[in-house]
Design a protein around this ligand. Structure first.
Ligand code: SF4
Length: 340
């Protein structure tokens, strides 16, 4: 018998009594569930709450999001990171507005085909909003299943994820698909946590093979991560009067199309920084300050030396704005905002 077959009966009553009251659980509106799922990728629940409320206030419908200008969209996303998520949300909203008359598609294949919607998000939307037996399998769920089965197969192997998805979908309880998806997520987030799982409070305790074997702490197994690529950067805070230079990043690569402080991908000393500021056409007068900060992305670590430079000229390759204007209107990625 499929060991997962016992999961619905064990998890659903527990979920009804223990689910956290989260704003995106108040509705089965696919637009709201979708926005929450995209925001929750790589981001903690506590950090998402405020963003979610402000985002839905600004863009309460698919049409409102489809019609938003990119700067206001990024401004609302500022600090949440992974800005391509915001761009994909809007691209998807435009697709839904243009191809589906503003109504979210209701079958898995159409949802999965939307930009930025992977199998996890499509599974979550279809099970939670349309009660379809589509599993949403992420690292949280794979940790639960690895321990439940006492399985040391590396959870990041695509074939393993596919197998777990298929097996879970074979036991999805009709009429309770959304609750089952959320119960698995909730167990991984609050009880079967990466470190120190709370087995004493777990509804699966009597069924869990890792608990019986005493191996929970050593599961799941993961393929060792590659070292992050290190990039030494020099960042410029170029001041002309009370205005600071900003530039748009290129349309491809990391932080594509975002506003940023001027920067180059090489480490420079004071002399080099002044030469570069000259090459930027800003007639540098003096270096007022130098500081170092790091920023870590998924695969890359930036080590940044920033120079605050007083300039004698503005160059129109940059836009020049006061700090107040920047704060109100421009979304700067955290990597640069930490210098302001
Ligand atoms: S008993 Fe412990 S290891 Fe097993 S699923 Fe529950 S919390 Fe995770």
């Amino acid at each position: 018998m499929e060991p997962f077959a016992k999961l619905p009966d064990a998890l659903l009553p527990w979920y009804r009594g223990h689910a956290r009251a989260l704003p995106w659980r108040e509705s089965r509106d696919p637009y709201r569930v979708w926005v929450s799922e995209i925001m929750l990728q790589q981001t903690r629940v506590e950090a998402v709450m405020g963003y979610y409320a402000r985002f839905l206030q600004a863009f309460p419908t698919v049409e409102a999001l489809a019609g938003a200008d990119e700067d206001s969209l990024f401004k609302l996303w500022e600090g949440l990171g992974y800005y391509s998520r915001a761009r994909n949300l809007q691209k998807t909203a435009r697709t839904i507005a243009a191809e589906y008359g503003g109504v979210f598609p209701q079958d898995y294949a159409s949802v999965r085909a939307l930009p930025g919607v992977g199998p996890y998000t499509a599974g979550a939307i279809c099970s939670i909003c349309f009660d379809l037996p589509t599993a949403a399998v992420d690292g949280n769920v794979l940790r639960v299943t690895a321990r439940y089965l006492n399985d040391d197969t590396p959870i990041d192997l695509p074939a393993h994820k596919k197998e777990i998805t298929d097996r879970l979908e074979s036991v999805y309880p009709a009429g309770n698909c959304g609750a089952f998806t959320q119960a698995l997520m909730e167990l991984g987030a609050t009880v079967c946590t990466p470190r120190s799982p709370k087995c004493g409070d777990c509804p699966l305790r009597t069924l869990c093979r890792a608990f019986a074997a005493g191996t929970a702490a050593s599961l799941p197994v993961k393929i060792p991560k590659k070292e992050k690529q290190l990039v030494d950067k020099t960042v410029f805070l170029l001041w002309y009067g009370d205005e600071l230079a900003l530039m748009r990043r290129e349309d491809t690569g990391l932080l594509a199309g975002m506003w940023s402080l001027p920067n180059v991908d090489e480490p420079l000393d004071v002399e080099g920084a002044l030469r570069q500021a000259e090459a930027f056409g800003t007639q540098p007068q003096a270096v007022l300050r130098q500081e170092h900060k790091s920023h870590v992305f998924t695969h890359i670590r930036w080590e940044m030396d920033a120079f605050t430079i007083l300039c004698g000229a503005k160059d129109d390759r940059f836009v020049w704005r006061t700090p107040d204007e920047i704060r109100r209107r421009y979304a700067l990625p955290t990597a640069f905002r930490k210098f302001l």
